[in-house]
Design a binder for this molecule. Sequence first.
Ligand code: C5P
Length: 221
Amino acid sequence: GLVPDLAGRRIVISAGGTREPLDPVRYLGNRSTGLQGYALARTAVARGARVTLIAANTALPDPAGADVVRVQTAVQLREAVLKAAGEADVVVMAAAVADFRPAVYATGKIKKRDGREPDAVALVRNPDILAEVSAERARPGQLVVGFAAETDDVLANGRAKLARKGCDLLVVNEVGEDKTFGSAQNEAVVLGADGSEHPVPYGPKEALADTVWDLVTARLD
Ligand code: C5P
């Protein structure tokens, strides 16, 4: 994008994956690397936006020109997103957020005990940040974009998820062990709350990011 069509726009992007601690050395996590969120941040900066990137457990270089806020857990991610969303024209939730976290955090390392089976790990629900941001809309006309990784019935599940979350656009990818995570490539369909459907062919995550920004600029007033 050489055209600064996002000039002056404030954009919040979450990237990476949350880690939910069990004890000081262990966590429940996921395989997200943050590559797609960082590609969104770089392309938004290139198109003139003021970007706040909220990075959960990523090991990627800070995108030039973006403000980076680092978090670990879903609860921390929620705090950071809600704070930044107050000033934002667009919020993009590209992070993989754990749906559940351990109900109890052990302040000391959990020990194995001779001859005894391990305890089950009790989980509690995390807040759904995308649904909350979509419902609240900190500013009139604020656009909210979600991501969804699906393994089957990709379009039907994506459509249902878009409605459930209440966002404006939902980027749906098919994932599997060999797909998407840690890869520089992605293939997706972007679903619009207006019923529109935009297939994005297999290609670099930057290309998908630029398609998202094209759809966003068309919907910003
Ligand atoms: O429900 P699911 O996890 O598939 O939805 C994915 C989308 O919702 C992503 O945009 C993700 O960032 C967001 N999400 C969230 N809070 C959660 C779970 C997911 O914002 N607790």
